[in-house]
Design a protein around this ligand. Sequence first.
Ligand code: ARG
Length: 586
Amino acid sequence: MLPHKQIELKLQAAVREILPDADVSAVLVRPCEPKFGDYQSNALMSLAKVRKMNPRQLATDTLAKLDVSELCAKVEIAGAGFLNFRLKNSVLAQTLEAAARREHLFFDQAAQPKTVVIDFSSPNVAKPMHVGHIRSTGIGDALQRTLRLLGHTVISDNHIGDWGTQFGKLLLGWKQSLDRAAIERDAIAELERLYKLINAECDANPARLEEAKAELVKLQAGDAENISIWKEMIRLSQIQFDTIYSRLGVKFDFALGESFYNPWLGDVVSDLMQRGIARESEGAVGVFSDGSLLPKEDPFLVNRDGEWIADPALVRKSDGGFNYTTTDLATIDYRLKTWSPDEIVYVVDDRQGPHFKKLFLIFARWQSAAANKVKLVHVGFGKIMGDDGKPFKTRSGDTVKLGDLLDEAEERAYKIVSEKSAELPESQRKEIARVIGLGAVKYADLLPNRQSDYIFSWDKMLALQGNTAPYLVYAYARIKSIFRKAESGKRKAEIALAAPEELTLAKHLLNFGITLEAVADELRPNYLCNYLFELAGKFTSFYENCPVLKADDAATRDSRLALCDLTARVLKQGLETLGIETVEQM
Ligand code: ARG
C-alpha cells in the first residue's frame, strides 16, 4: 500500500477514536504544495465545523492519537486546522525500490471495485464519423482504460444510432438510385449521397416524402426486403467505424445500437402511462414536469418571454414512432438487468445535457428503487473550434471527416519527424509519425477541461515543446536512449535520494495513483495529462542537475538509472491509459 494511503488509514482510525460517530471516508490525505509538506489533510476542519468544535483543538487531539512516526519525518498542524505530513526519505526510497522490483507502479487496486457501464462514441449509421467524434471516443476510451487499470469492472457499449426516420429516405435512395461501384468504394460516402439526394427531393415534393415514409413504415413493420437493406447499411457503416476504431486503438465490449431496444419500446411507454408518468398530448405521448423542482431547475419547463411553459420529453410520436428518450429508457433498464452496474456513464456532447437531465429524472420516477442503486452520469464536453472562433470546418466549410483528419495528422507528423530524425529509415519514421500524429490529436482533445470549447491547432498539438503528446512521447524516448548508452549488467537495487531534484521527481512519481483515482472519480482525463506533463518537466530538471551515466560512483549511477526507468514506465503507462502509444526511439 502506498504511504499516503497508510497515513490516511491511520488518520481515519485516530479520528474514529475521537469522533466515534463520524463518517471517516471523507478523511483524505492528498498531495500539497511542497512548502507545506508532501501531503495534507483538510478534513478535520469540516468535521469540526458541523460539530461546532474548535478545529485546531480537534487537530491537536487527533494528532495525539496518531502515530505515523514510521512513515513521516514531520507532522504539523497548520492554519485553521490542516494537517501537513512530510514523508521520511527512507520511506520514499523504499516505495521506489518496491516499484523498481515491479511490485507496483505507484497505484493501488481499488479497495471497492465498481461495475461501470460507459456509453461512448455512438456514431450514427450511414453518416461519416467527423472530427467531433474524437471527443466522445477519446474521452470515453481514456475513462475505460483508467477504470480498468484501477481494477474496476467496465462494460463499454457503443450506442450506435442505427434506427430512426432517416432510414425511410435511405431505403428509397438505395432502391432507386444506388451506385453499386460507389458503395463498394466508399459505402458511407454513397449512403450520404443517397440521403442528401432524397432529402432534397422530399423537400421539393411532398409525394416523395410520402414514399419515404412508406418505406419507413415497411421497415418498422418488419418487411423482409427493407430489413435486409437496412442490415446491409449497418454492416457497411460498421466496417468504416471499425477501421477508425482500430486505427485509434479503441475497443468496445458491446455495440448494441438503438435498434436492439425496439422490442421493448411499446412496453416502456405503456408502463409510463399506466403509472401516470407520461400522458397523451396532441396525439403524442410525453413526460411533463411533476412540479417537484423549482422552475429554473426543472428541465421539463422552458422560459418564454418571462413565462414558464411545458417542455415535455416525448416518448411516442403522433405517428406511433418512438423517440430517442424512449430508447434510452429501455437501454437503462436493459443495462441494469444485464450487468447490475453501480454507475452508467454517458460520454456525450454537452448540447445533449437537457436530454440527459430529463432522462435521469424520468428514470427515477419510473423505477425509483433501481434509480437509487445506480448512479447515472452525463460526462459532457464542449466543441472543437477553428481559429476563427467558429466550429472547426474544412476550408470549404464542410465538416471535417475523422478519417481525413487522422491522415493529415500522420502526414504532418511525418514531416516533423523527417526533419528531426532524417537518419532513421523511412519505415521507422512512418511508424513514429503514426504514433505522434494520432497521439497529438487525442492528447490535444483530452488536455483541456472537457466542458470548455477548444481551438483546434495543428501547430500547437504537434509541437515538440509544451504540453503535447509529441513532447511526452519524446521525453519517454529520450529516457530510453539513456539506457541504450548505459552498459548492461547487474545494477544495485538501492535507491538513494539526496539532490532536491531527485526528491521532487520521486515524490511526483508517488502521486501517479492519486492522479488516476482523481481521473476515475471525477471522470476527467485532463488530470492525467497535466500530471504527465509535470512529470516530464521534473524529470528534465533532475536530468539537467544530476549526472546519471557520469555519476560520481556506481551506486549513485544505479540509483539514478532506476529513477529514469521508473519515470519512463510511468510515462508509458500514463500515456497508454490516455490511449496514446509510445516509441522507443525518435
Ligand atoms: N447517436 C447519438 C448522437 O449521435 C449519441 C448517443 C449517445 N448515447 C445515448 N445513450 N444517448 O447524437
